[in-house]
Write a protein that binds this ligand. Structure first.
Ligand code: F6R
Length: 607
């Protein structure tokens, strides 16, 4: 995690660095800092907590200079305090770092043995000390960085700034993304193109193992073998609306409310002109040749994959294995020919998902991805990347990206079912027509906000909350619980309703809230039986269902949330809305930091 930025400009660097860091705060907000060169002299400012604290500090203690580096931190090694905040400095060298130096203990011991003293508890400080030592020994900046990089194990994106060298930044990438922005007589470095979007839209992405020497007018890159590398300059289009809440109190609410629009756009982007077929980008996927699918992701994206398993297996009769990326990557699973490996990620930079993709490359027949950030590492390293068209998502808790992921996965499952002969032309057209109507239903679900708010206020006082669902609503129960715990800090668990009697029912005592997600489908009666079992033991049930379900089973519930009736396939997307609203309002009632919950970051670029 952590966001890093560098500027070699013709104007004051500090405001540009802070503006870029604002766009990177989704990567962490434990501390922030910048360092600049003012007529060759290196100086830095650092503040614990959110970026606003650094901005305040800079008002009282400004930093001049047209070259600089900046950092927003998600703490890995060392407590989130000012001492451990980046940029780290040794003599005339400063560095910002995203990633983890895995062998830092050995390096630290080696430096300590030479009498070197450490000011921080971080892994990063060893890097800057090694560079400084190498320069003391007579190397120039580039040689010193190269000698240091050769000793580092782990994942990193690094940017170095050198006292007395006003026209030099050195950047390096291994495992963590890094983009170089080209201006007119200016150059920029950032963790992603979004950070640099107010400065330039001309971007060069560093590849794995690259080291770049950057001046205001030149960019020299060498690859992992030390060979000069030519990397393309791309014109990148990024949504510049990323810091605008659009009148809402929180980004999360804005993003919840955007769902009817972005899902409508997402569906349209994949429909043929006559609306009767699904058109996948590029060469598409020949599902007749796919024997099985492996889906890999983390967190909310993993729950999207779990839902898609139901769709691919039921509709397309295609066996699907779903795995958490952090498990998949180290389990060494056999990936045999005939497998299409699919990686789902909003950011496209999640370290474990990217590692799982790299593990599968060369083993699976096709590497597919479902991503929001089109220029991300996961998108670029896939044979085919399917965009979810959600637009920039800022709230740390994923909302619109989840439902857009589900939408793309459902479109893929329908395409697969049709290609494999399990869905007629007309049946496919009917499903697609229903999908086109989904935004209207989502709007109706959003109309429930007031009722959900009332239920959430009661739930906000609970210590534990259970979510129950069956079939494709089971992954949604997991997602509902994740959403609630991550932003309201209330302990919550999702269970398959049928599992209740195998242990979790022991948790039920008087007044424990249980959220039951049960559209009136073929599994409804089964789920309602489980609901009655918890009511009989004193639970307070919030039932999310449709009109038919409400009529059958609404009476005994604490709260009844009646959603529109939709075809069963669409229910997981629709029922995500009240689950998100419930978490949102519970968090607001508890007064937590909805958009930037404690300990979390939007993009998890370390494992
Ligand atoms: C939860 C959430 C996380 C992410 C997970 C994967 O609300 O956002 O669980 O889903 O960290 O991130 P991506 O999709 O960027 O790979």
């Amino acid at each position: 995690m952590c966001g890093i930025v560098g500027v070699l400009g013709n104007h004051e660097a500090a405001p540009l660095l802070v503006e870029a860091l604002k766009r990177l705060e989704y990567r962490g907000y434990d501390s922030a800092g910048i360092a600049t060169l003012n007529h060759g002299t290196l100086d830095r400012r650092r503040a614990v907590g959110k970026l606003v604290n650094l901005s305040d500090l800079l008002v009282h203690e400004p930093l001049a200079g047209k070259a600089g580096i900046g950092h927003t931190r998600w703490a890995t090694h060392g407590a989130p305090n000012t001492t451990n905040a980046h940029p780290h400095r040794a003599g005339g060298v400063a560095v910002v770092h995203n990633g983890i130096i895995e062998n830092y203990r050995d390096l630290r011991a080696e430096l300590s043995a030479k009498g070197v003293e450490f000011a921080t508890e971080t892994d990063t400080e060893t890097v800057v000390l090694l560079v400084e030592q190498a320069m003391q020994a007579g190397m120039n900046a580039v040689q010193a960085v190269d000698a240091t990089l050769a000793r580092l194990e782990g994942a990193f994106a690094l940017v170095f700034l050198f006292e007395g060298q006003d026209d030099l930044l050195i950047a390096a990438r291994k495992g963590s993304p890094l983009a170089i922005g080209h201006g007119d007589g200016e150059m920029f470095v950032g963790s992603d193109a979004i950070a640099l979007s107010p400065l330039t839209d001309r971007i060069t992405y560093l590849e794995e193992g690259d080291r770049a020497v950057v001046t205001r007018t030149t960019l020299d890159i060498v690859d992992a073998n030390g060979t000069r590398a030519n990397r393309e300059v791309r014109q990148v289009h990024v949504d510049s609306a990323r810091v605008d809440k659009g009148g809402y109190k929180h980004f999360m609410m804005k993003e919840i409310m955007q769902q009817p629009t972005v899902i409508g756009e997402c569906v349209n982007a994949y429909l043929s002109e006559d609306g009767r077929d699904v058109v996948l980008p590029g060469a598409g996927v020949d599902f007749t040749r796919v024997e099985r699918m492996t889906m890999v992701a983390c967190g909310t994206a993993f729950y999207a994959c779990l839902t898609a398993k139901y769709w691919f297996e039921q509709l397309a009769r295609l066996p699907v294995e779903v795995d958490i990326a952090s498990e998949f990557r180290y389990r060494e699973p056999p990936v045999s020919p005939g497998t299409a490996a699919l990686f789902v990620s909003q950011s496209g930079e999640t370290a474990d998902t990217l590692a799982a993709l790299r593990y599968s490359t060369g083993k699976a027949d096709r590497i597919l991805s479902v991503v929001n950030v089109a220029e991300s590492s996961i998108a670029r390293e896939s044979d085919l990347a399917l965009p979810i068209h959600a637009g920039v998502e800022i709230g740390v808790a994923s909302t619109k990206a989840f439902t857009c992921q589900l939408t793309v996965l459902l479109l893929m499952a329908l395409k697969a079912a049709h290609a494999r002969g399990h869905l007629s032309d007309d049946a496919l057209a009917d499903h697609l027509s229903a999908l086109r109507g989904l935004p209207g239903h989502l709007n109706h679900a959003l109309d429930l906000a007031r009722d959900v708010d009332a239920a959430a206020r009661k739930i906000s006082e609970a210590r534990d909350v259970l979510f129950l669902g069956r079939g494709a609503m089971y992954p949604l129960a997991l997602e509902g619980a994740l959403k609630l715990k991550e932003i309201s800090y209330i302990h919550a668990e999702g269970y398959a309703s049928g599992e209740l009697k195998h242990g979790p029912i022991a948790l039920i005592e008087r007044d424990v809230p249980v959220i039951v997600m049960a559209p009136h489908d073929g599994l409804f009666d089964k789920t309602v039986s489980n609901m009655q079992e918890v009511i009989a033991r004193g639970a307070q049930v919030v039932l999310m269902t449709d009109a038919a379900g409400a009529k059958r089973a609404g009476e005994d519930c604490m709260t009844l949330l009646t959603l529109p009736e939709v075809p069963a396939l669409l229910a997981p997307i629709l029922y995500a809305i009240p689950a998100q609203l419930l978490a949102y309002y519970a968090a607001v009632a508890k007064g937590t930091d909805v958009d930037q919950p404690r300990n979390l970051a939007k993009s998890v670029t370390v494992e």
